[in-house]
Ligand binder design. Structure first.
Ligand SMILES: [Zn+2]
Length: 638
């Protein structure tokens, strides 16, 4: 067991997600993002650290000294909007080949810039040539968000971006795609499985498994089904490590319906006093969610006030949503043949200069967080008037204008101009991140041995950690950027998994014992000998005569392993440890059978009985390691 984690970004911050995990000498980069709140060196992950850390050179000491001096310089200058400083790493004398030597695989969780914005820099300027993996929608949308970012950097900040459009195209063309629930293998040993993350179109969570050492990563996720996407789901896989985002780790949100009602109420109030509503938003994701909401409300109430959507990517949005309808929630999918919920009746795209228009209207404008572009230009015009209103529908990184006005600042500096903020400012969280409840549910469902908190502000993380400590049985850490974390005490997942199954069985036993007529159901995932996830195990426990408990297990298997496993169940009876197991637990296999199911799978039924009195709360001790091993054996067999 050898797993190390080294955050280059997203360590106690939201922005520039870039997590380096090393499993058995393979190094995987999870996300490659930029920080929207900074325009100095903190905008990018410190890629050069990778070379320094993982590829020792003779000039290391000299570089360290130079870097120290540079850090002191940067700390003194970090309010300075010096874009060129951002690209300092480009000038480093690194052999381009080096990055491909120290990173074996790069995975992008979704198209938000704080997860992918630095990707073209890493591939086109630093020369990373290794594999890059993401979902199909993410790959399709990446050119749009990256190109928009490139333009915002060059046009709105008055600086020429260092990247060219061809370089972005070239970067994206190197990406390989993966489907939900698909497993890909890299370099013979790195197994990557992809799961649905909700959040935004194409967002994924990942399981990385190197010879049974397993790390899971949530990227950004949302556990709740919304107006267009389904909720995040990862099965119970008992990983050694779960790295989870914690953006809203300290918040428990009101129900979505209440938030939606408030949103509409604020808009109506502003329009009725003749004001304009500005909703700074990223063009993909929440924009669709809120447009569906407001469009259907306008339809119901016959409202006449115009709704505009301003952003360079707006035209392309519907195309992607039509293209990837299989990623939508069941409700959207079911109506898709009759109508496309993304063809809005009232929301119209516009490139007009609406800042000076003096009629009540609703304007969605990109980008979110008010860190540049259309939304910031409109904000400059609208902010001084008291009748106007700005609704911030999601998280704003520190340093952005969005963050400043949410903190109540009444005067903000934008491009050397001081803007009075007299308009109303509201924060309504439509951000597609799981809240504390959702995150806990996800963690409980996955049951990791170690929990690593990333992608959250320090306070949010700390509160989430405190809550987790009371509720889950895992070691929890919240590493800083550039902090090394080594995990060497992890057991193999089977042991953890089985031990936890055992705890669960014992807990359930108590319930069964105290309530004789009720049965208890336990669901868990099963694996084959190579640790591939192959099916779902349903255990039904119920009380029988003689004070004994019967477990009836139904397994549906999708591959040919079924026969193998069935033979193992039969063979199991002859093995010595099974007899030991019976002695210790009075556990006995009663029946077993295997049948074909209607859809061509195999169904194995397996029933065993044991005496609950031999399995009480004290069972988890040294003596019972044998039992756990036997359980393991049975688990391997079934
Ligand atoms: Zn995101």
């Amino acid at each position: 067991m050898d797993i190390k984690i080294y955050p280059l970004g997203a360590g106690r911050e939201v922005g520039r997600s870039c997590l380096i995990i090393t499993i058995n000498n393979y190094r995987i980069m999870l996300d490659c993002g930029v920080h929207m709140g900074y325009n100095d060196e903190r905008k990018f992950p410190e890629f050069q650290r990778l070379i320094k850390k993982f590829k020792k050179t003779q000039i290391e000491e000299k570089e360290k000294e130079k870097e120290k001096q540079q850090e002191t310089l940067n700390n003194n200058n970090n309010t300075n909007n010096n874009i060129n400083a951002t690209y300092k790493f480009v000038d480093k004398k690194n052999n381009n080949q080096d990055y491909s030597n120290v990173v074996d695989l790069l995975i992008i969780s979704h198209f938000h810039l704080d997860h992918c914005g630095a990707l073209p820099f890493f591939t086109e300027l630093l020369g990373y040539k290794g594999p890059i993996l993401c979902s199909q929608p993410t790959k399709a949308i990446l050119p749009v968000t990256l190109e928009d970012f490139r333009k915002v950097m060059s046009e709105y900040k008055g600086q020429m971006s260092i990247l060219k459009p061809e370089q972005i195209k070239n970067c994206v063309s190197k990406i390989e795609t993966i489907e939900i629930n698909e497993t890909r293998i890299y370099k013979n040993d790195i197994k990557v499985t992809c799961f649905y993350a909700g959040h935004v179109l194409g967002a994924c969570m990942f399981l990385i498994d190197v010879n049974g050492n397993r790390v899971t990563y949530t990227g950004d996720c949302n556990t709740i089904i919304d107006r267009h996407l389904s909720g995040a789901y990862m099965p119970k896989i008992y990983p050694d490590i779960l790295m989870t985002e914690t953006t809203y780790g300290d918040k428990i949100r009101q129900t979505k319906r209440i938030r939606e009602r408030e949103f509409i109420k604020k808009i109506e109030e502003t329009l009725s006093r003749g004001g304009k509503v500005l909703i700074p938003i990223f063009a993909l994701g929440r924009a669709q969610e809120l447009c569906i909401l407001i469009d259907s409300y306008w339809k119901r109430t016959n409202n006449k006030a115009p709704i505009y959507f301003i952003g360079p990517m707006a035209q392309k949005v519907n195309f992607y949503y039509k293209l990837f309808q299989n990623w939508m929630n069941p409700a959207v999918k079911s109506v898709f043949t009759q109508r496309n919920v993304f063809d809005f009746k009232f929301v119209q795209q516009s490139d007009k200069n609406l800042g000076d228009a003096d009629i009540p209207m609703v304007i969605f404008a990109t980008p979110g967080m008010l860190h540049g572009g259309f939304s910031l230009n409109l904000f400059k015009k609208m902010a001084p008037k008291t009748k106007n209103c700005v609704i911030i529908p999601g998280y704003c990184s520190p340093g952005t204008v969005g963050n400043k006005i949410l903190n109540g600042e009444k005067k903000v500096e934008i491009d050397g101009e001081t803007i009075d903020v007299n308009c109303e400012v509201f924060y309504m969280s439509f951000s597609a991140h799981a809240d504390q409840k959702g995150l806990l549910q996800l963690v409980n469902n996955i049951e990791p041995k170690n929990l690593v908190l990333v992608h959250g502000d320090f306070d949010a993380m700390k509160k989430f950690k405190e809550t987790c400590q009371k509720q889950i049985n895992a070691k929890i850490i919240m590493p800083e950027n550039k902090e090394n974390v080594t995990f060497n005490e992890c057991f193999k997942y089977e042991q953890i998994g089985m031990k936890r199954d055992l705890v669960k069985i014992i807990e359930s036993l108590e319930k069964v014992k105290s309530n004789k007529n009720k049965s208890i159901n336990i669901n868990s995932i099963i694996y084959d000998k190579k640790n591939n996830l192959i099916g779902l195990k349903k255990i039904k426990m119920f009380h029988k005569q003689n004070n004994k408990i019967t477990n009836r297990i139904n397994i549906i298997l999708k591959n040919e392993d079924a026969l193998d496993i069935f033979i193992n169940i039969i063979k199991l009876k002859e093995k010595k440890c099974y007899n030991d197991f019976i002695n210790l637990t009075e556990k006995k296999i009663l029946n077993y059978s295997m049948n074909d199911t209607e859809d061509g799978n195999k169904k194995i039924c397996f029933e065993y009985q044991y005496n609950p009195n031999t399995l009480d709360g004290n069972v988890i001790n040294e003596k019972c390691l044998d039992v756990i091993k036997s359980f393991q054996l049975i688990n391997k067999a079934i």
